[in-house]
Design a protein. Structure first.
Ligand SMILES: Cc1cc2nc3c(=O)[nH]c(=O)nc-3n(C[C@H](O)[C@H](O)[C@H](O)COP(=O)(O)O)c2cc1C
Length: 327
């Protein structure tokens, strides 16, 4: 039996990828993840603000510092501690020490001159690039068209800049999720990662202040990932990497059955340690053995909606089955 899959044109020995997070920000962790069976690693994101700051510091060219307003002091401090050159060194070390693909990650939200830096990730040796599109429709003056235009502007510029495979990591905040994901998949990118994690906010009733909620994903968040993976996997013209809510090998199996090409994990590694990557792989392999599958391709997408299926009707039937007890 083997768990090899193709993703972004690369061969991975396992469909389970270490998602971008603090866990993928140093070489010791990356080596441990490879030993535990990760199919690929996605490095901790570099933030657009870091790149802009670096451009300004190194070239004194115009950089849109004004965009960041009051948060600029915080950003400047963060950049001082996490310089891009440190990040490039991590890419170099990863390429020197790992045999699995190393995917760079950029967290971005605007179409600015930071894009010219994307090529440097390629030149430093990244096998592919994931763009974490932190573009949220929070601004009441922005229409869905404005938000979607920013996506296409970034993608077009990046495609002109780099030749390595590109994937786009998206949030769930779209009014026309299915249609827009399909359009994205036609824009010359090689993959879409669903979903990005929006920072969750909470309220402290004692101090009467806004605070951050738990940054780790709750297991129930998997259901949304399963739903959209099953709806979209046969409708996209690029690969689909499913992310959010995976807690064990069985969850990996579910997302593959729904049609994901790969599955990304972060929270379960935070909860159980880097070695848990081996448990996830074992869970997948045990299930394949029990079911008599030799290859992932024999069952991947078995439960995905067909390309011509009308998702809204199928979802409605599922809903009626449950709530109206129509059998
Ligand atoms: C502590 C933490 C840090 C993260 N940092 C990043 C990041 O730098 N870039 C990114 O694209 N995603 C980041 N993520 C999101 C993860 O890559 C992943 O998409 C998300 O957590 C959902 O997967 P999970 O349910 O397995 O945690 C982070 C997640 C966590 C929990």
């Amino acid at each position: 039996m083997n768990t090899k899959v193709k993703y972004l044109g690369m061969e991975l020995k396992s469909p389970i990828i270490a998602a971008s997070s603090g866990m993928t920000s140093n070489i010791d962790n990356l080596v441990k993840l490879e030993r535990a069976g990760a199919g690929a690693v996605i490095l901790k994101s570099i933030f657009e603000e870091q790149i802009i700051h670096d451009i300004k510091r190194n070239t004194h060219v115009f950089a849109p510092v004004g965009n960041y307003g009051a948060s600029y002091e915080y950003i400047a401090q963060h950049v001082a501690d996490n310089s891009i050159s440190k990040h490039f060194e991590l890419i170099r070390q990863a390429k020197e020490n790992l045999s699995i693909p190393v995917i760079g990650s950029i967290n971005c939200f605007s179409h600015e001159n930071w894009i010219t830096y994307a090529k440097q990730f390629q030149d430093k040796g990244c096998d592919a690039l994931e763009f974490n599109m932190a573009i949220m429709p929070f601004d009441a003056s922005l229409s869905a068209d404005d938000v979607e235009r920013t996506f296409s502007d970034i993608i077009q510029s990046v495609r002109k800049t780099v030749t390595i495979p590109i994937s786009i990591k998206v949030s769930t905040y779209f009014t026309d999720m299915a249609k827009f994901m399909q359009q994205l998949s036609w824009s010359g990118i090689q993959g879409i990662t669903m979903f990005n994690k929006a920072l969750q906010l909470d309220i402290n009733t004692e101090t009467e202040a806004i605070c951050n909620a738990d940054s780790l994903t709750a297991p129930t968040e998997l259901y949304n990932t399963i739903r959209w993976t099953a709806i979209l996997s046969n409708k996209l013209r690029c690969d689909l990497s499913a992310s959010t809510g995976v807690t064990d090998g069985n969850d990996v199996v579910k997302l593959l059955l729904a049609g994901a090409n790969t599955v990304q994990v972060a929270s379960c590694l935070y909860r159980n340690g880097l070695g848990y990557m081996a448990d996830l792989n074992k869970g997948l392999q045990d299930w394949m053995k029990q079911k008599g599958y030799e290859e992932v391709s024999q069952f991947r997408g078995k439960l995905a909606l067909k390309a011509n299926d009308k998702a809204s009707m199928l979802m409605r039937t599922q809903f009626m089955n449950y709530f109206a007890e129509i059998k």
